[in-house]
Design a protein. Structure first.
Length: 292
């Protein structure tokens, strides 16, 4: 909502500058507080999408008003009609956040081709579900099933997360071993909590860079993340923060406590949920073809 308000009355370039500078950091912090590390490019796509939606959102929908001037229609009616057309796709920007594969982040060429094909099918199915027409006019349950198929193809990991969590919380003491064993240029998901200088309590998850491999865990965290940690009995405490380093830029402060370290869980690939989605899609197509 704030991105839409900020984007009202702005051309595209100015729109991006405003929403990315004011809203991107908010979304990143919001995700971290809820255990979701979001790539910055995904956040920029998210806020920019909703900023652009301001062009068709009354009462300042410039694109709608321009279209109404050409068609000689009522500007407000045109604006509301355009808004209802575009609100159907309001779910799509959330997919940039929850399935970064769609932005081709850390994927192979083969995986990229599969994502392209599946995403194209999912967009067509999503349009068919929201328009109420696939092979023929859809019944209500068919439209709901088509939208379910589209969202499953867009984010198959949602269903896998219902059965097994993506991350397992390891105790703080293993952070040095995990940092030492991680490959070069890897990152470590670490939960930290503590008070800031202004007295605000923070409990969040941070993505700490580890840099080149070969050194012990404490050295990699110190050199790459600018974070010196010390073990005190059962706790791991932030002892020193490098000035201008990644840890300071993330907002980490002195004497914060490591709450846990996230480790990837062993689970099947999320793409297995493509199979039931395509089977349901084929069933709907068969039913509608017979009815047609």
């Amino acid at each position: 909502l704030i991105s839409i308000v900020l984007g009202m009355g702005l051309p595209t370039t100015a729109n991006y500058i405003v929403v990315s500078s004011l809203m991107a950091g908010v979304v990143v912090e919001l995700g971290a507080q809820n255990g979701l590390i979001v790539p910055l490019v995904a956040v920029h796509m998210f806020v920019f999408y909703f900023g652009i939606m301001a062009d068709v959102t009354p009462p300042v929908g410039l694109a709608s008003f321009a279209a109404a001037a050409i068609s000689r229609g009522d500007p407000l009616k045109t604006g509301f009609q355009a808004f209802f057309y575009s609100i159907r796709t309001a779910l799509l920007p959330f997919l940039f956040i929850f399935n970064t594969d769609l932005l081709l982040i850390d994927v192979s060429w083969l995986h990229a081709v599969v994502i392209f094909v599946v995403a194209m099918i999912a967009m067509l199915v999503f349009a068919a579900g929201t328009m109420g027409w696939f092979v023929t006019r859809s019944r209500l349950w068919e439209s709901a099933a088509l939208i379910l198929v589209a969202l499953t193809l867009f984010r198959p990991g949602f269903w896998l997360d219902r059965f097994t969590a993506e991350w397992t919380a390891a105790p703080p003491a293993v952070i040095f071993d995990l940092a030492a064993e991680a490959p070069a240029a890897a990152s470590l998901r670490v939960g930290l909590e503590g008070d800031t200088l202004d007295g605000r309590h923070v409990s969040s998850i941070f993505l700490l860079p580890l840099g080149p491999a070969g050194a012990d865990g404490a050295t990699r965290l110190s050199q790459a993340a600018g974070l010196d940690l010390v073990a005190r009995e059962d706790d791991v405490i932030v002892d020193m923060i490098a000035f201008g380093g990644p840890a300071e830029k993330l907002g980490i402060d002195f004497d914060w406590r490591v709450t846990h370290v996230d480790v990837l869980s062993e689970r099947p690939p999320k793409e297995i949920f493509y199979l039931p989605a395509f089977l349901l899609l084929a069933l709907i197509a068969l039913i509608q073809r017979r009815r047609a």
